[in-house]
Design a protein around this ligand. Structure first.
Ligand SMILES: Cc1cc2nc3c(=O)[nH]c(=O)nc-3n(C[C@H](O)[C@H](O)[C@H](O)COP(=O)(O)OP(=O)(O)OC[C@H]3O[C@@H](n4cnc5c(N)ncnc54)[C@H](O)[C@@H]3O)c2cc1C
Length: 196
């Protein structure tokens, strides 16, 4: 397996899938490192794409050639323009997608991407090394990441998209349980670049 990439994307949620798709189509040798490749682009409880403000972002991603709107078109079960009774400034296009088919469709599209390798693992460290010549601490560049199993992957840039469930604490009545997205552990935020 190659361990040398131009770009490494950490986290295969919606942002990570989009970043990996874009990077690979720009010709960068890209790795998408995520905890469970079978859960790439997993949707939340309410499988909605868009809504107020978010619908405009989805359309912008679409205009830029991204994959979210394509996967939505291929798996949607309802399209609606929210707030039609109000002025156009607050309209919000929103689709409800098939929660499971959406993730499978994103994974299918990613599997067709040129230059993209999908790797299972937990990124635990980001490394930066001084630029040469004249190395100075302030000119350090990202050079690699380390996974929890000790694997080191070298790269020229890292995109961190580790999501919104970090250090999650769930409240059920009086009970508090640490956890992430359903069945995921309570991940700590990604660490800052380590010293050389
Ligand atoms: C409790 C809750 C409920 C929500 N409900 C809804 C809803 O009903 N509808 C809706 O539209 N939005 C909902 N959201 C918002 C939605 O989940 C987020 O906006 C969306 O998931 C963000 O996408 P993301 O790609 O940034 O992160 P995520 O989808 O969280 O993806 C992050 C990915 O990174 C991986 N990862 C994390 N750390 C590492 C690491 N160190 N190494 C490798 N991989 C790593 C994770 O396993 C995950 O696959 C909810 C959010 C929360 C917190």
């Amino acid at each position: 397996m190659t361990r040398d990439f131009d770009i490494i994307v950490i986290g295969g949620g919606h942002a990570g899938a989009e970043a990996a798709f874009a990077a690979s189509h720009l010709g960068a040798k890209t790795a998408l490192v995520t905890l469970d490749p079978n859960r790439i682009a997993q949707m939340s409880c309410n499988p909605a794409i868009g809504g107020l403000a978010k619908g405009q972002i989805v359309r912008e991603i679409d205009a830029l050639g991204g994959l979210m709107a394509i996967a939505t078109d291929n798996t949607a079960i309802q399209f609606r323009m929210l707030n039609r009774s109000k002025g156009p400034a607050v309209w919000g296009p929103r689709a409800q997608a098939d929660k499971y088919k959406y993730a499978i469709e994103v994974q299918r599209i990613l599997s067709t991407c040129p230059n993209l390798t999908i790797l299972q693992g937990e990124a635990v460290e980001i490394h930066a090394t001084p630029e040469t010549p004249n190395p100075k601490p302030e000119t350090r560049r990202i050079s690699a990441i380390t996974l929890a199993d000790g694997t080191r992957l070298s790269c020229r840039a890292v995109i961190v998209t580790t999501g919104t469930f970090l250090r999650g604490l769930m409240h059920t009545g009086e009970q508090k349980t640490e956890g992430g997205r359903f069945a995921d552990p309570p991940l700590a935020p990604s660490p800052p670049p380590s010293p050389i």
